[in-house]
Design a protein around this ligand. Structure first.
Ligand SMILES: [Zn+2]
Length: 71
């Protein structure tokens, strides 16, 4: 069996909930790395999170490396 046929056969057996979970993790990761401006921590900190930008500063170098606009 060729390698690509083997991979396609195994992917088709994956549960739909697993695929949905991976898509959600991917979308959340893209948001945190590329677009978060204090939104994540504002759930806990309120409006002060928009001034602190903890997650933005934590992922700042990765944001630039991935090509997302920043400043
Ligand atoms: Zn920057």
């Amino acid at each position: 069996m060729s390698q690509s046929r083997f991979l396609l056969k195994n992917i088709s057996k994956a549960p739909k909930s697993l695929i949905l979970g991976l898509i959600l993790v991917f979308v959340l990761g893209i948001f945190v790395i590329g677009y978060d401006q204090g939104h994540i921590f504002s759930i806990v900190q309120g409006d002060t999170a928009y001034g602190n930008l903890w997650m933005h500063e934590f992922t700042h170098d990765l944001r630039h490396a991935a090509g997302f606009p920043c400043h």
